[in-house]
Design a protein around this ligand. Structure first.
Ligand SMILES: C[S@@+](CC[C@H](N)C(=O)[O-])C[C@H]1O[C@@H](n2cnc3c(N)ncnc32)[C@H](O)[C@@H]1O
Length: 456
């Protein structure tokens, strides 16, 4: 018996994610191409890889119970094979015999001495349903209610707490289960049709997004991207709204200078470029990492606007070096963050983050915020955006900056702006003037959007 090519690809990506800190969303397309997988096999490899990585915490708890030993006493490659097998048994329609047999054959290739062990553990797992395993994992997990919830929903406990706290701020802590479930579901590929660059609207191209006026989904999204090169791109709906919150916050005066301070890889820069073209504004993108600056250049290549892309540390950026002696009229600060709002798209991310990252990132966000304010022209607008709902990275960073800058900056009502942009009103809970989007409530990544105006 041979192992199907989709399972080999999935296994190789799991191994690279574990051993080499690879990113599944970057490596997987590469491996799919290299193995020349058919469309159906590519879809299966994607489902197996993403599903296994997202649910890894829960699957490890199941494996530990079924093997009657902690997972740190299982050889890592064998553990990868088991995780992949458990995912097939508990979360897919793959028949039991295929899930077990292919895992055993894979084990014979990778770690021959362990094939009997793999067979035994997976047969034990296959004898109970996912629901039954959830019950046992909950019962056997040591610690309080949060530890148990974290184990069965496959999130680190500190992330469960942070997400609950963010929802509680909006008086919506009762949505936590729905949010954790949304993190574990495969999001649809969402597209943006850069505005003003062609005759077709999102309605002409596919199924228009519920909220973003420039977003859509389509049955074969990548074909559409290829057919409308540079104009139709993959982008989450929340990211589109974040860029539009800045470009549509008020009418554009021709000649306005715009800056995207942390631009890489350039998804929002592309939207800003299309908007700048329509309004006759001048756009500069800045990015710390040269390779990511190159991605920004490629992202804006489909927009007939001369976008200057600069490599530099945003904390030390000077308006005059960036070609705006008198400062910028609009700045997007899409800050480096923990990415806790995009866990469904970055399947391994939850296992790589630690609470200590939050402290480090909030310090960086504060420095970048101050740099952005210094770069603003009088009356200029700053959009502070994160793809994290963590209170420290959102309200914490914003409140601290408003305090540091005293009366020299003021918050602008981002809710009013975003509600005026969307196709249908968003259910925004809690108090404004900031916007927090959510995967479970809006179907977007959990983007946070704040607008600030430089006074005088
Ligand atoms: C959240 S991402 C931006 C995503 C981008 N706006 C988009 O929509 O594609 C943050 C970016 O900030 C960059 N970055 C990190 N530290 C920076 C700094 N000190 N100055 C400028 N850019 C920085 C990172 O390399 C990363 O590309």
């Amino acid at each position: 018996m041979r192992v199907s090519p989709s399972r080999i690809v999935a296994y190789e990506v799991l191994e690279a994610v574990r051993a080499d800190e690879a990113y599944a969303n970057l490596l997987l397309p590469n491996r799919i191409d290299r193995s020349k997988l058919s469309e159906a096999d590519a879809a299966l490899a994607t489902e197996l890889t993403y599903g296994t990585l997202r649910m890894q915490g829960f699957y490890d708890a199941v494996i530990a119970l079924a093997a009657d030993r902690p997972t740190d006493r299982i050889d890592p490659p064998v553990l990868d094979i088991l995780r992949l097998g458990v995912h097939q048994l508990l979360a897919t329609r793959v028949p039991t015999h295929a899930a077990v047999n292919e895992s055993v054959v894979l084990a014979k290739r990778i770690s021959p001495g362990a094939s009997g062990f793999v067979n035994g553990v997976l047969r034990t797992v296959s004898r109970s349903t996912a629901e039954e395993w959830r019950g046992w994992v909950e019962q056997e997990t040591r610690g309080g209610a949060d530890a148990k919830l974290a184990a069965v929903t496959s999130h680190p406990e500190w992330i469960v707490r942070a997400l609950r706290a963010a929802l509680a701020r909006e008086d919506r802590a009762d949505e936590l289960d729905a949010l954790l479930a949304a993190d574990n579901a495969s999001p649809r590929v969402n597209l943006v049709a850069l505005p003003g660059l062609g005759d077709e609207t999102p309605d002409d191209l596919g199924d228009p997004n519920r909220f973003s006026p420039i977003g859509l989904t389509a049955p074969r999204p990548l074909d559409l991207v290829a057919a409308h090169e540079g104009r139709v791109r993959v982008q989450d709906e929340g990211s589109q709204l974040a860029a539009l919150a800045l470009s549509r916050a008020r009418p554009v005066t021709p000649g306005e200078r715009w800056l995207d301070l942390c631009a890489g890889p350039g998804g929002k820069t592309a939207v800003l470029a299309a908007e700048a073209l329509a309004g006759d504004a001048i756009l500069t993108g800045n990015e710390l990492v040269p390779a990511r600056a190159e991605l920004v250049r490629r992202a804006v290549a489909g927009v007939p606007l001369d976008v200057r892309v600069v490599v530099g540390d945003g904390r030390r950026a000077e308006a005059s070096d960036l070609g705006a002696e008198d400062g910028f009229d609009r700045i997007l600060l899409d800050a480096p963050c923990t990415g806790l709002g995009a866990l469904r798209r970055r399947p391994e991310a939850r296992w790589r983050k630690a609470p200590s990252d939050v402290a480090e990132l909030t310090a960086l966000q504060g420095d970048l915020f101050d740099a952005a304010v210094r770069l603003l022209a009088p009356d200029g607008l700053l959009a502070y955006v994160t793809c994290s709902p963590h209170a420290s990275e959102t309200h914490g960073t914003l409140t601290a900056a408003l305090e540091r800058w005293g009366g020299r900056i003021e918050a602008v009502d981002a809710r009013e702006v975003v509600q005026s942009v969307v196709r249908e009103p968003l259910d925004l809970a809690g108090e404004g003037p900031t916007v927090q989007l959510w995967p479970h409530r809006h179907g977007t990544d959990a983007m946070f959007i704040a607008l600030v105006r430089r006074v005088g």
